[in-house]
Design a protein around this ligand. Structure first.
Ligand code: ATP
Ligand code: MG
Length: 412
């Protein structure tokens, strides 16, 4: 029985391009990986030659560990692998060379054949993709590919093919060990969660804003959420769907996420009889952004995030976007501004948010006047704000907000 260990080999993405801050980002990334693997016994993480190797307690942990690591931002590739110590391989190779024999590479060939048996399925051909991070190994990449390829071909009766094969086995030579893996899967890249400050996300029950939140979480921000509900109190509003969305997003975060639930009643009671129907949508958006900015300051968030996409609905014309918040000094980040609805929907599906986003929910935006103005002017909105007492509405709403701390499913 060869002496091999199950590992998950991971590569990191943009962090590799960082200069002096690289160490800090790497430390964050490793901490986040540890948080994602919490509760799995015997798991250790090592930084080895620009890779992060997650050594597992047992082979049975591999699938679960890989799927949890896919949700760690900052990782580029995740591959369940077999790790073979160099010492035995090197000694055997030296002996074969001294005796003029064909290199046996026993443990490596055994591992590669195991991967082919387990994973090749109906593949018609395969290829060994060998690389060396450490070039002191007694064979070059081509020779490794040739010898390991011959073993797989012979034992698994699978023909080799260099171009466009159905199945690829990667072999990576490191200083102290050799990795063999076949199920290399691309991850989502980005920067480690909580490495670039806090944001306040305006979260509706729709498709767009959860994707916007995910995109900025992928850039390393820690998201707080604000949701505005209609109804006299939170229980009456039934915000279970909103909490479910935050719970899904919390699956990408090493820490619990905060959801602030804010009543819209303070706006509505002041707007009645003062705000004309056609101005109601933009004024209501103004109320939301101003209240979110207030909560952002209280919670040390450095920017607001919305799911706006230019021109998608009336409140998102360029005129209205410009007029709604001229007096909000916090940056308003709109990661979806240039995306089409079908692109946003594709992201929603890819991130597992879609099924929850399409559950029925009566968002307070959807019950506003049906014919909103498309070209509002900032000066007019400022006058209307004075007339209705927007400032007090904002203060009252922020003070009536309720905070929920939300962890991913299974971590309650
Ligand atoms: P979404 O799919 O995110 O609901 P949408 O296309 O329906 O977006 P709007 O309803 O105009 O567009 O909302 C634009 C943005 O305003 C949303 O993406 C979100 O950031 C914010 N928003 C809308 N409704 C709410 C709400 N009830 N609470 C918090 N933010 C909201
Ligand atoms: Mg909406």
């Amino acid at each position: 029985m060869p002496f091999t260990t199950p590992v998950i080999a991971c590569t990191y993405s943009e962090i590799a391009l960082k200069g002096r801050n690289r160490k800090m980002f790497l430390r964050k990334l490793v901490n986040n990986m540890q948080a994602a693997l919490r509760g799995m016994s015997g798991v250790t993480i090592h930084h080895v030659e620009s890779r992060l190797l997650v050594r597992l307690g047992s082979e049975t942990q591999a699938d679960e560990a890989a799927s949890r690591l896919h949700r760690v931002f900052g990782l580029q590739w995740v591959a369940p692998a077999i790790e073979i110590p160099r010492a035995t391989l090197d000694a055997e190779l030296a002996e074969d060379k001294a005796n003029g024999h064909v290199p046996r590479l026993t443990d490596l060939c055994e591992a590669a054949c195991g991967l082919a048996r387990d994973g090749a399925g109906n593949a018609r051909h395969f290829r060994i993709n060998a690389r060396r991070s450490d070039r002191s190994f007694g064979l070059n990449s081509l020779e490794i590919g040739m010898h390991v390829g011959a073993a797989v071909h012979h034992r698994c009766k699978l023909p080799g093919r260099m171009v466009d094969p159905d199945f690829t086995i990667d072999v990576l030579v490191l200083r102290a060990s050799v990795l063999a893996f076949a199920a290399k899967e691309q991850s989502f890249g980005g920067l480690p969660a909580c490495s670039s400050g806090r944001t306040m996300v305006l979260l509706s029950g729709g498709i767009d804003s959860p994707v916007a939140a995910w995109m900025l979480m992928r850039r390393g921000s820690r998201a707080d959420f604000v949701h505005f509900y209609s109804g006299r109190n939170v229980d009456e509003a039934d915000t279970a769907k909103i909490e479910q969305l935050v719970q899904l997003l919390a699956g990408w975060s090493p820490v619990a996420l905060h959801l602030h639930l804010v009543p819209v009643v303070p706006y509505e009671t002041r707007a009645i009889g003062v705000i004309e129907d056609r101005y109601d949508m933009v004024m209501f958006r103004r109320f939301m952004v101003r209240t979110a900015a207030r909560l952002a300051r209280r919670n040390k968030c450095l920017a607001l995030v919305t799911g706006d996409s230019l021109g998608q609905v009336a409140s998102q014309t360029l005129h209205n976007l410009a007029a709604i918040s001229p007096d909000v000094t916090l940056p308003i980040l709109r990661p979806l501004v240039g995306l089409d609805k079908h692109e946003i929907t594709a992201w929603s599906r890819r991130t597992g948010l879609f099924e929850t986003s399409i559950l029925p929910y009566r968002d307070c935006c959807s019950i506003r006047s049906p014919r909103p103005i498309l070209t509002a002017r900032g000066v007019d909105l400022l006058k209307l704000s004075e007339a209705m007492g927007l400032e007090e509405a904002v203060r009252e709403a922020a003070d009536a907000s309720v905070r929920r701390d939300i962890v991913p499913v299974g971590q309650a």
